[in-house]
Design a protein around this ligand. Sequence first.
Ligand code: 6GU
Length: 225
Amino acid sequence: MRIDIISVVPNLLESPFQHSILKRAFEKDLLEVHVVDLRAFGLGRNHQVDDYQYGGGAGMVMMIEPLYNALEHLRKERSYDEVIYMTPDGERFNQQIANKLSLIENLIIICGHYKGIDDRIRQHCVTMEISIGDYVLSGGELAAAVLVDAVGRLIPGVLNDETSALLDSFQDGLLAPPVYTRPADFQGWKVPDILLSGHEAKINQWRDKEALKRTRKRRPDLLDE
Ligand code: 6GU
């Protein structure tokens, strides 16, 4: 999978993908992330990328030409399956969307700033609009990093048996059950006996029950769906 991220602050996206599971995705050639500096497509001597909004009002709007030219620059090289605009008024991101996106070949992500982007880009070029939750970030970059992380680890071949996504929270519509490691007794705080029993079927039964219990307590909304 190839992901191109269009941003006015490319520096923000330098380090998040250089660790852990995503690093492995890069090393296995399963994922490439390229950050496109929108400024390089800015207008005039100052490489302008934003302007006052028509109709008046506070706050700048990201101009259409730099964004369009950046998109064309990318689309000239290859075709893209989706052009995603990260925006707080987009569709709320979740594991199901991550699963779907993980099967895609080429993806463009546009990070907004200021008051957002000229709406004509949304109408004519963007194919999906995604929000990562009901709060406002100062730009789309951190949201894009969240999306790339969630999607990247799901790309077939990135995770191995040990890190398998099958038992992640949300993957089966439930939260994950509690986990423990050594020691079995820390100052009297004990690991549940069943996990030490070696009885696989019973352990799985216990995990299912705990996942359900945890979901009912913390996220009953997931059980309604
Ligand atoms: Cl995708 N962008 C911004 N700026 N704020 C957000 C968001 C995205 N998702 C939640 N808040």
